[in-house]
Design a protein around this ligand. Structure first.
Ligand code: BGC
Length: 381
């Protein structure tokens, strides 16, 4: 009997070792699962998808607002923790005014006074941020239910999300057919591919609005996170956060992140721009942009060793340092989201482009396809 037990134990051990990864830890299965997350006020069912890669990295995405609800990655000791802010329940996302983890659209960022001219016609949008329009209006892409479909490949799993924004929705012209593909690879990359077509010319500027805190489960603020942004110039703002149109150099200013610098080092400097943004809430003009995928920014948290690298085809990066978080939001696992407990890094075209003739155009015309990709890659050092 004793002999039999020891044979069984040996077999189990051999099986466990043979299922293990290179570091001896059991490998996870590459998979995507789907479950019900809740219902909207009008009774529409909302799902949540869990994407897992072979390293155990996991991303949970809901088709409400295309929101990344959680993103768990290892620290340098292999401890897996959540690195994004958000809520446990759908109800909280329906009420949310902070845009946690969503995709913002039809136009991410601000449009001055909620007005723009296109083909000799003036369009009026909601002014939902002081005198300006922000993140697509009162009911932007973050507040709608997308159609979701799982995608499985050899080395990745993905979720395709589709939404038709009707002509006139939130004041924008044209039926805009939008699609997103979130992909989790075995390389620990979260990739986002955006696509859209329209039947009338319209501004489009889609971006992911994840609130990152790489300490894991929001253990500290983001002031000691080291940020690198490959940008020699930025778009300064007026007192209502609309770009002035100038593109000054970042040299010798708190906006120079050309070598990795802790976010907190200069955030309280005497600087008019930091006053206007109540901290960092600005768009950087990325270097060497030619529409191809480039490594353009990174965020590193020294205690956990977590590093997030951002590859993008976009010309701009909005960095918002969680200045409006004030401890009044209780998020996942009842964690209180305090002042500057997150860094939002939004790859996009420049704010207010529809009113700024010198900025790269954000107008999509019939017959054209809006197509752009951003990758968030996680590792440790
Ligand atoms: C903006 C902030 C705004 C926040 C809303 C960011 O993208 O730049 O000014 O408060 O979104 O959550």
């Amino acid at each position: 009997m004793k002999f039999l037990v020891s044979i069984i134990i040996s077999v189990v051990i051999v099986l466990l070792i043979s299922c293990g990864g290179q570091d001896g830890k059991p490998k996870s299965k590459l998979e995507i699962t789907q479950e019900v997350f809740g219902q909207t006020e009008s009774g529409q069912q909302v799902d949540i998808y869990t994407l897992t890669n072979t390293n155990g990295m996991q991303v949970r995405i809901t088709n409400y607002g295309a929101i990344v609800q959680s993103l768990t990655v290892s620290d340098r000791n292999g401890k897996t923790e959540d690195v994004v802010l958000g809520y446990d329940k759908l109800e909280n996302y329906i009420q949310d005014a902070s845009y946690f983890g969503c995709v913002v659209g039809r136009f991410g960022n601000r449009i001055s006074k909620g007005k723009f001219m296109l083909d000799n016609k003036e369009y009026t949008l909601a002014t939902n941020n002081g005198p300006n329009h922000l993140h697509g209006g009162k009911k932007g892409f973050n507040k709608v239910v997308w159609d979701g479909k799982s995608v499985k490949n050899k080395e990745s799993v993905g979720l395709k999300l589709i939404y038709l924004s009707k002509d006139g929705e939130e004041g924008y012209p044209g039926n805009l057919n939008s699609s997103l593909v979130y992909t989790l690879t075995n390389n620990n990359e979260l990739q986002i591919e955006y696509e859209a077509t329209t039947d009338k010319a319209t501004p489009v500027n889609l971006t992911h609005h994840g609130y990152f805190n790489l300490s894991g489960n929001c253990k500290s603020d983001i002031l000691s996170h080291e940020l690198w942004i490959n940008a020699n110039t930025f778009t300064p703002i007026d007192s209502t956060s609309i770009p002035t149109g100038n593109l000054p150099s970042v040299e010798n200013t708190p906006f120079d992140f050309n070598s990795p610098t802790a976010i907190g080092v200069r955030i309280n400097d005497e600087n008019e721009q930091l006053k206007f943004g109540l901290g960092y809430d600005h768009n950087w003009v990325l270097n060497n942009v030619d529409g191809t995928m480039k490594l353009q920014a990174s965020l590193y948290e020294p205690t956990s060793g977590r590093l997030m690298e951002i590859y993008t085809e976009e010309p701009g990066l909005q960095f918002y340092s969680g200045n409006f978080l004030d401890g009044s939001i209780s998020g996942k696992k009842e964690i209180i989201y305090k002042h500057r407990y997150a860094a939002v890094l939004e790859t996009q075209h420049f704010p207010d482009s529809p009113n700024q003739p010198d900025f790269i155009s954000t107008i999509l015309k019939p017959g054209e396809t809006y197509k752009t990709k951003t990758i968030y890659r996680f590792s440790t050092k």
